[in-house]
Design a binder for this molecule. Structure first.
Ligand SMILES: Nc1nc2c(ncn2[C@@H]2O[C@H](COP(=O)(O)OP(=O)(O)O)[C@@H](O)[C@H]2O)c(=O)[nH]1
Ligand SMILES: [Mg+2]
Length: 395
């Protein structure tokens, strides 16, 4: 199973460009709405420092790759088209959009920070990107509220059998992957009565929003930051406490795509997401000038931002950790450090064993921290970049 990141946003913000840059798959790009009809699923990568150098090994990744000590771990990226206001009522490509959304663990909302596209994705000037952020959040919240309301109705019709309200709601909201316990926790945190019949309209709104924030966490890819009009929007919006719950990453999907293209053509050497590149061919002056402009962007923002947006989603928002199966004795049956797995923030040594294989989990004896050869118990929560050998009766 690999984690799925959904790309959302109104038409013409640069979703396909970002998707292509991140995956180098070919999806049509164009400055008009609904270029992308079907959701496109591709493989992208998140970076983490490889552990192999600490063990004087050179790794042999079974999937992904490793470049100069940077390991690229695969994740699925899904380009989800068709968000229009009213999508939750089935307008536009609404329903398919919502189904695709449900299958993602985290969202990257691509927003045109240059303000050069209106709410429908048509060319304009001076559009406020805050509107896009608000519209998308409101749209998701309306969808959640619909389903929450259905759960409340269902609970009310079941009162004779006296079920726990959070269990009925969790069942109704099962597609969002939230448990009864989590719902109860959210209800208690808001200070509301546990009985849904007591919730007024505003409280229902607040709960729907809280459940949405919990189950569809989001990164804002502030795209088109290479355009002059974008900086002022960036300063204003990222300083606004109303958006503190969102993670913002400055992006030029365009720049990342251009660099990947140039690297593919052998014109430059560039590791995805790096803050610099090297020109390795004799290029026409015009191309050189273009690359210089991109270098200025990288200098200012520390990179083109596409990789950072993916990594913000995986590491900062979901809090995942990369865990490497190790060998305490330094012997490898297939080659050193073939695997690197992304695991949830609270994953233990035993859960790691189950992730490797259910038989290995069933026979779990203990783990070994390969950095210091110490034994690791079943319930030990693993760190990001842990290197662990699992000792199991079923190896
Ligand atoms: N200036 C600038 N233009 C971009 C950037 N990313 C995409 N675009 C342009 O925005 C338009 C829409 O891009 P596209 O990827 O098709 O958007 P989508 O409809 O959201 O998939 C195209 O003309 C792209 O070249 C960027 O980072 N900077
Ligand atoms: Mg598109």
């Amino acid at each position: 199973m690999s984690y799925r990141i959904g790309l959302v946003g109104k038409p013409s913000v640069g979703k396909s460009t970002l998707f292509n840059a991140a995956t180098m798959n070919d999806v049509p790009e164009g400055a008009f709405p609904f270029t992308t009809i079907d959701p496109s699923i591709g493989e992208a990568y998140v970076r983490t420092d490889c552990v192999a150098p600490e063990f004087d090994e050179s790794c042999q990744p079974s999937v992904g790759m490793c470049e100069d000590g940077t390991r690229f771990v695969p994740v699925k990226l899904v380009d989800i088209a068709g968000l229009v206001p009213g999508a939750h009522e089935g307008r536009g490509l609404g329903n398919q959009f919502l189904t695709d959304l449900n299958e993602t663990d985290v969202l990257i909302h691509v927003v045109d920070f240059s303000g050069s596209t209106d709410l429908e994705g048509q060319a304009t000037e001076g559009h406020d990107p805050r509107e896009d952020i608000d519209v998308l959040e409101d749209e998701l919240d309306a969808w959640y509220l619909d389903i929450l309301e259905k759960g409340i109705d269902r609970y009310e019709s079941k009162q004779l059998s006296d079920p726990d309200p959070e269990d009925v709601l969790a069942e109704q909201l099962s597609a969002f992957g939230i448990s009864g316990a989590e719902i109860k926790q959210l209800v208690l945190a808001t200070g509301y009565d546990v009985a849904p019949s007591e919730w007024d309209v505003e409280q229902r709104d607040v709960l729907a929003r809280e459940i949405r924030k919990r189950t569809k966490p989001m990164v804002i890819a502030a795209n088109k930051m290479d355009m002059e009009s974008a900086q002022e929007n960036w300063n204003r919006i990222t300083a606004d406490p109303e958006y503190d719950h969102l993670e913002f990453v400055p992006v030029s999907a365009h720049a990342e795509k251009a660099l990947k293209n140039a690297a593919e053509q052998g014109a430059i050497e560039y590791a995805p997401g790096a803050s610099e590149f090297e020109i390795t061919a004799d290029l026409p002056a015009e191309k050189n000038a273009g690359l210089e402009q991109i270098q200025t962007f990288l200098d200012e923002f520390g990179g083109a931002g596409v990789q950072r947006a993916l990594e913000a989603a995986v590491f900062d928002v979901l809090g995942l950790k990369a865990v490497f199966p190790g060998s305490a004795s330094g012997t490898w049956s297939k080659g050193p450090f073939r695997d690197c797995f992304l695991l949830p923030p609270d994953a233990t040594a035993e859960e790691f064993a189950y992730h490797l294989h259910s038989d290995i989990g069933d026979g779990f004896l203990h783990g070994i921290d390969c950095r210091n050869s110490r034994q690791v118990g079943a319930d030990t929560v693993l760190d990001h970049r842990a290197v662990v050998e699992v000792i199991s009766t079923n190896q």
